[in-house]
Design a protein around this ligand. Structure first.
Ligand code: ADP
Ligand code: TRP
Length: 333
C-alpha cells in the first residue's frame, strides 16, 4: 500500500488554487486502489494566527465540505481533523528535538509570515514545518500531494525523517515526496496580479469554490490588466500571464489558443477575454457550489465522517508513536 497524506488549514471554503494545486491531486491519487489516503483538516496549524474560537467550527465544516465536493470519497479515504489525533502532538514534540532554530528561521514561509504578523511571532509559527512533518510521518507516508508553495516544508520533513533514522540507526521513516500528478507542482495565480491565489490575499485575489456566478463575473471583470501589447509576439505582463493561466485551467484548448493568437497579433480585447474567462469559470465551478451548499446543510453527516476518520487515523498514529517510543528508549518498565 502507498500511504498518502495531505492537509489544509481550516480557512473556510477553499479557492481554485487549493483545489487545482492540491485537492484535485488528493482525489486523483485516492482513485488508485494501491493507495491508502489520509486527508485532514490542519486545525492546530491555524492557531499560529490566533484564530477566533467562535468562527473555527464553521471553518472546519466548510473545509470538510470542500473535500467532499471535490470528490473525496469517505468510503475510500480517511478524512479527519488533526486535533482528533493527539499522537500527532506527541510526535511533534519529539521531532522538535531534531529541528534546529537556525534552519527554521530561514524557512521562506516563516520569513513571509513574520513580515505580515510582526506583532505575533510565536514559537508555533517558527516550528510550523515540524508540526507538518509530524502530520506526514505519523502515518509513515510516502506521497504528499501539495502545491508548489509547500516544497520547502517537504524538504524539511525528509530531513527530519533522515535525522531520526540516522540518530537511532533504524530505517523507520520513509522520506516522503511532494506529489503532483505527473507534472511539476502547480501554483495558481491570483486575480490581483500576484503569482499565487491565496486565502489571505483578500477578496480581489481569490475565487472560492462556492462563489456565486455574479460574484465570479464581478471579480474577473475587475482583475488587473495592462494597456495592451504593442509589439507582435511579446511577453505578457504578470497580470495578463495570470489570466492566461486561469484560462488554461477552466477553458477549452481552442479558446485558449484563440486568445493567445489574439495576443501575439496585438488584436486582443481584454474585455472579451475576461467575459469568456468568467463564463468558463462559472461553468467550471457550478458543480462545486451546488455540492458545497447541499453538504453544508448536513452537519450530522459531516460529524459522522470525521469521527470515523479520527478513529482510523488514531489507530495508524498509535502504531507509529509506540514504535517511535521504543526506538527512542521511552520504554522503562
Ligand atoms: P492558502 O495559501 O490560500 O492559505 P493553504 O496554505 O491552506 O492555502 O494551502 C492548502 C493547499 O493548497 C496546499 O497544498 C497548498 O500548496 C495549496 N495551494 C494553496 N494556494 C495555491 C495556489 N495558488 N496554487 C496551487 N496550490 C495552492
Ligand atoms: N502547510 C500546509 C499549507 O499551508 C498545510 C499542511 C499542514 C499540510 N500539515 C500538512 C499539507 C501535511 C500536507 C501535509 O497548505
Amino acid at each position: 500500500m502507498k500511504i498518502v497524506v495531505s492537509g489544509t488549514r481550516p480557512t473556510g471554503i477553499l479557492h481554485l488554487g487549493n483545489y487545482y494545486g492540491a485537492v484535485r491531486n488528493y482525489v486523483r491519487l485516492s482513485k488508485d486502489s494501491d493507495v491508502r489516503g489520509y486527508f485532514f483538516i490542519a486545525d492546530y496549524h491555524s492557531f499560529t494566527t490566533h484564530i477566533n474560537p467562535t468562527e473555527l467550527p464553521m471553518l472546519v465544516r466548510q473545509t470538510i465540505c470542500t473535500y467532499l465536493a471535490s470528490g473525496l470519497d469517505p468510503e475510500k479515504v480517511i478524512i479527519y481533523v488533526q486535533s482528533d489525533v493527539p499522537q500527532i502532538a506527541e510526535l511533534y514534540l519529539l521531532l522538535n528535538m531534531l529541528a534546529y532554530k537556525g534552519e527554521l528561521e530561514k524557512v521562506a514561509t516563516f520569513k513571509e509570515k513574520i513580515k505580515l504578523h510582526n506583532e505575533n511571532i510565536n514559537a508555533g509559527l517558527l516550528t510550523y514545518p515540524v508540526l507538518m512533518a509530524a502530520d506526514i510521518l505519523i502515518h509513515r507516508a510516502y506521497m504528499v500531494p501539495v502545491g508548489k508553495d509547500q516544497e520547502q516544508h517537504l524538504e524539511m520533513t525528509r530531513d527530519y525523517a533522515k535525522r531520526f533514522n540516522n540518530r537511532y540507526d533504524v530505517d523507520f521513516f520513509p522520506e516522503p515526496i511532494a506529489y503532483n500528478f505527473g507534472e511539476e507542482l502547480v501554483k495558481v495565480p491570483g486575480l490581483d496580479g500576484s503569482t499565487k491565489m491565496s486565502k489571505t490575499g483578500g477578496e480581489t485575489n481569490a475565487i472560492f469554490l462556492n462563489e456565486e456566478p455574479d460574484m465570479i463575473r464581478k471579480k474577473i471583470m475587475r482583475a488587473k490588466t495592462d494597456s495592451g501589447p504593442t509589439e507582435m509576439n511579446s511577453k505578457p505582463s504578470q497580470e495578463i500571464q495570470n489570466l492566461f493561466e486561469l484560462m488554461q485551467i477552466v477553458s477549452a484548448e481552442d479558446v485558449v489558443s484563440h486568445y493567445k493568437n489574439a495576443w501575439d497579433t496585438c488584436t486582443i480585447r481584454y474585455g472579451d477575454m475576461k467575459k469568456q474567462l468568467a463564463e468558463d469559470m462559472v461553468n467550471y465551478l457550478s458543480p462545486f457550489r451546488e455540492k458545497i451548499n447541499a453538504l453544508m446543510q448536513d452537519t450530522d453527516y459531516l460529524g459522522k465522517i470525521v469521527r470515523r476518520g479520527g478513529e482510523q487515523a488514531r489507530e495508524s498514529a498509535e502504531k507509529t508513536v509506540s514504535e517511535v517510543r521504543k526506538i527512542m528508549g521511552i520504554n522503562y518498565f
